[in-house]
Design a protein around this ligand. Structure first.
Ligand code: ADP
Ligand code: ZN
Ligand code: ZN
Length: 763
């Protein structure tokens, strides 16, 4: 993403500079953002009892909408409305005395809605905690506290014959700040006794917020590691930004101590009285990562990820907003957490695809984090061992300062790579003879092996050897995966599954064969090949049960020889000191794919998985099975490293005019009837051509419409129109005009359509 447009247009003339909207004459029209896909504001009249309110953008109001009542967010007030006065309905109720959204967050949401060409109301729905959208008071949960009353005597004569009440009073006397209601039973306090004490006015019971732990003079709960020279110069460079906006790309090889750099930067931020926001990919938010932050600091950490319930999310959001959380750690949507005193933003593993939301509001949290850092004028650090080509390009262009960590911290050696040419070698469930030998040697040396295969299940297809039937998903243009453990065929593209047949559904014969290998199959085979060694499978199927992942990690950290088989869940963030051999069963997919980002993703995965090898004393090696052992990208990656690969890949992108050397937007449509989506996109395309001429815009190409690479998914037929531009401004001007036209187009109602600005997946 490049520099954001200087000004915000659209969505009316939202006045967001000051906290108050003070029209010269009392406001008559409230313009609200509603949770609707329509890219417009909705007008309501001010009800009689709210004539003298000092309106603030962000205040929530309950309003009638069709036959329902919904909650809207005030964007602006106005004297005029396009809606005739007799049609204008009054708002029903005001929910907030003060806007719960700080102006900075409101501004970020406005920017987001405009950039992604998305309705402001729906943008706010994605950005705000669910409970706020549902009208819950924007206040932290209150809890009842029991406390001994001032002046109460433990030997009060009224308790002479009430030993239990006396005991309860004694217990409360030991907790002068009060006891929260939920801890009563833990302290053996009986509610009835407390009620009786309350009647005698010997105790008090009041609702209040959790007492805040005092801000610490010493933020460190654990000493910091002395930094090596590369780490030190990275920290100094970021420090020299003086707390102002500056973007840094911290490109550090796996195990180079990026996390230590983050921790020391956060320490400085806390010491300056400010808050730090840390974004982490979903998959990395394991207990290991969190423990490092929690162990290091005496700080209040707010957590925002998918396992946090709605109430906890609102509490964390409020704590961050009110400056009562010092560090905010979360996944993608935590980007929208307001901060009272923002000081630093860190995006860990900035290349990770999970930062891009693939539904509804299709935002990229890394890109928005940059916008936010600029708006709030604070430094931002993007960290990765395998930076995205976009970020490297931004660094080359001078928009980010590039900070490199080239050595592993703590003295571990980088792993050695071997490209194992498997052309014409027999494969046993995807495992070649030389690889089996290498696994055997490693286990014999008492070490651990990691086998990586980015495909869940037993086999990607079931085939009838007699008639050629294959396990096609009835709802998608895709094959169903064989899941042997559960005896099912499952489609990984929709939710469809069925029992795995014993006989061919077409010819009735029994010679059904699984084709290809997934993690289940590799696991089964490795168990047979190495009967004395535990084989641990780690993928989405084996870790759904709560605690399953922890259990697997405990076994691995025990350090006994074992074989780990898994998908990309194994690739990231983990520290496995005893793993010295990493085997990548199939690197070819990323070199063949039609998706222009596939090779970048494959390279990132290989380097990340390889980074699990030899992180401690023993050196690691990485064996890559491939049919394309001489492929230039693979050679470059394994012999000269990720950055050499990235330069090569960037020069290919430049010569083909692909991102980051151009900008894309993808208009997708899907419908139940074949042809319907394409028909809509055809009209969209004509409309776009017309607008390009009318607005005199140049340098935007319309590619398509074409059927989506997987045309049918979950029973719908899909098509897409790609818009490619060499500059952002004309593309965004076109999109704004085009979407307004599409919203009016009748054929748009028969299809589901959406726009993806900066798509990372063209499927
Ligand atoms: P990354 O985040 O780059 O993958 P980590 O921060 O996890 O790297 O560091 C890898 C290992 O090196 C960890 O065990 C960490 O404690 C250790 N480490 C990091 N910095 C130093 C340092 N300056 N001195 C000694 N050990 C360090
Ligand atoms: Zn058959
Ligand atoms: Zn399907």
């Amino acid at each position: 993403m490049q520099a954001p447009p200087a000004r915000l247009a659209t969505h009316g003339r939202a006045r967001i500079a000051g906290p108050f909207l003070e029209p010269a004459v009392p406001a008559t029209i409230l313009r609200l953002a509603l949770p609707s896909p329509l890219r417009r504001l909705f007008d309501y009249a001010v009800p009689a009892d709210l004539q003298h309110i000092a309106w603030q953008p962000g205040m929530r109001l309950r309003v009638p909408f069709g036959r329902r009542e919904i909650i809207g967010i005030l964007v602006e007030v106005s004297q005029h409305s396009e809606v005739p006065a007799d049609k204008l309905k009054p708002a029903l109720a005001l929910l907030d005395a003060q806007s719960p959204l700080p102006p900075a967050l409101f501004k970020l949401c406005l920017w987001t809605a405009q950039y992604y060409q998305h309705s402001l109301g729906d943008t706010l729905s994605w950005a705000l905690p669910v409970l706020l959208r549902q009208g819950e008071p924007a206040e932290a949960r209150q809890e009842r506290f029991w406390q001994i009353a001032a002046g109460a005597q433990l030997d009060d004569p009224r308790l002479a014959r009430a030993p239990r009440q006396r005991e309860a009073l004694q217990t409360l006397a030991q907790h002068p700040h009060g006891v929260p209601h939920r801890l009563l039973s833990q302290l053996q306090l009986n509610k009835d006794s407390l009620d009786l004490l309350l009647e005698k006015a010997l105790v008090t019971c009041e609702a209040r917020r959790h007492p805040l732990p005092a801000r610490h003079l010493n933020w460190l709960a654990q000493p910091e590691l002395p930094l090596n020279p590369e780490q030190q110069s990275a920290v100094s460079a970021i420090q020299s930004a003086g707390g102002h906006f500056n973007a840094f790309l911290l490109a550090g090889v796996t195990g180079s101590g990026k996390t230590e750099v983050y921790l020391q930067l956060i320490h400085q931020t806390l010491a300056a009285g400010k808050q730090a926001l840390v974004l982490i990919p979903e998959i990395n938010l394991g207990p290991q990562t969190l423990a490092r932050f929690e162990q290091r600091f005496n700080a209040r950490i707010a957590l925002l990820h998918s396992n946090v319930n709605d109430r906890e999310r609102l509490d964390a959001w409020l704590a961050a907003r009110d400056g009562e959380a010092d560090i905010i750690i979360g996944t993608r949507s935590a980007l929208f957490t307001p901060m009272l005193k923002p000081g630093l933003i860190i995006i860990d593993e900035e290349h990770d695809a999970s930062y891009k939301q693939q539904e509804g509001l299709r935002y990229h949290a890394r890109d928005l984090a940059l916008v936010r850092a600029r708006q709030e004028n604070i430094p931002i650090v993007l960290g990765s061992a395998t930076p995205s080509l976009e970020s490297l390009h931004n660094a080359h262009a001078g928009r980010y300062a590039l900070l490199k960590l080239t050595q592993r911290a703590g003295g571990a050696q980088p792993p050695r790579f071997l490209r194992l040419d498997i052309k014409s070698l027999p494969l046993d469930s995807g495992i070649s003879g030389p690889l089996q030998q290498a696994i055997k040697q490693t286990l014999a040396a008492g070490q651990q092996v990691l086998v990586f295969l980015n495909r869940r299940g037993f086999a990607p297809t079931l085939l009838c050897h007699d008639c050629g039937w294959i396990s096609q998903c009835p709802r998608c243009d895709a094959r169903m995966t064989v899941h042997q453990r559960s005896g099912e065929l499952r489609c990984h593209h929709c939710s469809y599954s069925e029992r795995s047949p014993r006989n061919c559904p077409d010819c009735g014969k029994v010679d059904l064969r699984p084709l290809g290998a997934g993690t289940e199959r590799a696991e089964e085979r490795l168990e047979i090949l190495f009967p004395d060694t535990p084989v641990l499978r780690i993928d989405r199927d084996s870790t759904t049960r709560k605690g399953a992942m922890d259990q697997l990690l405990t076994t691995i950290h025990h350090g006994e020889p074992c074989i780990l088989v898994g998908t990309q869940m194994l690739a990231k963030g983990h520290h496995f000191p005893r793993v010295t051999l990493v085997a990548i069963l199939d690197a070819d997919g990323g070199l063949f794919s039609a998706d222009f980002r596939a090779s970048e993703r494959m390279a990132q995965l290989i380097v990340q998985v390889a980074g699990r090898a030899g992180r401690a004393e023993e050196a690691g090696r990485v064996i890559i099975q491939t049919h394309l052992a001489d492929h230039p990208l693979l050679v470059q990656l394994t012999e000269q490293g990720y950055f050499a690969f990235a330069e090569q890949a960037l020069s290919e992108r430049r010569s083909t005019g692909l991102p980051p050397f151009s900008h894309l937007a993808l208009l997708r449509a899907e419908a139940h009837k074949p042809g319907q989506a394409e028909e809509f996109l055809d009209q969209a395309c004509s409309e776009a051509e017309h607008l390009l001429a009318e607005l005199a815009l140049h340098g935007v190409e319309l590619l398509g419409p074409i059927p989506a690479p997987m045309e049918r998914r979950a029973g719908r037929y899909r098509a897409q129109l790609l818009l490619q531009a060499n500059a952002r401004a004309p593309l965004h001007r076109l999109l704004a005009a085009l979407l307004a036209a599409l919203e009016r187009m009748p054929s748009g109602r028969a299809v589901r359509w959406s726009l993806d600005v900066d798509p990372i997946d063209l499927f």
